[in-house]
Ligand binder design. Structure first.
Ligand SMILES: NC(=O)c1ccc[n+]([C@@H]2O[C@H](COP(=O)([O-])OP(=O)(O)OC[C@H]3O[C@@H](n4cnc5c(N)ncnc54)[C@H](OP(=O)(O)O)[C@@H]3O)[C@@H](O)[C@H]2O)c1
Length: 261
């Protein structure tokens, strides 16, 4: 991997996988634009590196149009964009029968629509500069269902499908789309209070830095799909090949989610 002098935008860079990706890219000499809502966290990240290596960009991707505005800010500042990392995302543990349309729409906005906005804003420049890379952070649940997070699962299925299909369209322009599908990863993802309703969340996790490295390596090699970790690949295999067993386990998992207060 040689990210030296490459211009990268990483969303969700204030914690977890995005934070590690921003660090790894900056370590490798890239000019990184790091975005999230928590300004203080981004300032701390920027302070780890020489001035100008990481530029914080505060944005709330729940606002329609924020993804496109972010890319425009990068292009205004740097004049090019070599790597777009659409990583920001969140989930809430809410059973399907307790969902509201507003909460589902918000997750779709942050986890999916903001990706589309940023991607469509980046494509003309990537085309004119002769190519680029887009790294979308979906999830293993972009390939399967899990109880309690139907809205999140739907957003990641959408992102996984968009990533594969847009990759076919963009290849002739030298633009590679990589979909990173992590399983449980040690980040702040489960800190959302709704996850307290399940006693067994994240029994197995990979370090965020490991997942970040796997995603960046896949993007560098222009791989369409990266599923980090043998255990996650086995999980996907079991879902596809042993659906009866998978469903039995998931019905049991659904019962382990505590009733709503
Ligand atoms: N952890 C896992 O087990 C796991 C598994 C599979 C996939 N993923 C995916 O990996 C990606 C990164 O998550 P993570 O695990 O690293 O969790 P994390 O530590 O909670 O990081 C999530 C990042 O997204 C940002 N974000 C959330 N809502 C946002 C909003 N409205 N506007 C802008 N930024 C927002 C957060 O920043 P601010 O709060 O500062 O805005 C934070 O930087 C997500 O897309 C997640 O779905 C995670």
């Amino acid at each position: 991997m040689n990210w030296d002098e490459q211009v990268a935008l990483v969303t969700g860079a204030s914690s977890g996988i995005g934070l590690e990706m921003a660090r790894q890219l900056a370590d490798a000499g890239a000019q990184v634009f790091a975005s999230a809502r928590r300004e203080q966290r981004l300032a701390q990240l920027a302070a780890e590196f020489p001035a100008g290596r990481i530029t914080p960009l505060v944005a709330d991707l729940a606002e329609a149009g924020a993804g496109a505005r972010l890319v425009k800010q990068v292009l205004d500042a740097a004049g090019r964009l070599d790597l777009l990392v659409n990583n920001a995302g969140y989930g809430e543990l809410v059973k399907a029968d307790e969902q509201t349309t507003e909460a589902v729409a918000r997750q779709m906005q942050v986890n999916f629509m903001a990706v589309i906005e940023a991607t469509l804003a980046a494509i003309p420049t990537m085309k004119s500069q002769g190519g680029g890379r887009i790294l979308n952070v979906a999830s293993i649940v972009g390939h399967m269902g899990l109880p309690g997070i139907a809205a999140y699962v739907a957003s990641k299925h959408a992102l996984q499908g968009w990533s594969e299909a847009s990759g076919y369209d963009l290849r002739e322009h030298g633009i590679a789309v990589t979909c990173l599908c992590p399983g449980g990863t040690a980040t702040e993802f489960d800190d959302h209070p709704s996850f307290d309703r399940h006693d067994g969340v994240s029994s197995f996790t990979q370090p965020a830095a490991t997942v970040a490295r796997a995603g960046l390596r896949g993007a560098w090699k222009r791989k369409p799909l990266v599923i980090p970790g043998l255990r996650n690949r086995f999980f996907l295999w079991a879902h596809d090949r042993l659906p009866w067993l998978y469903r039995r386990i998931m019905y049991r998992e659904a019962r382990r989610i505590a009733p709503r207060d």
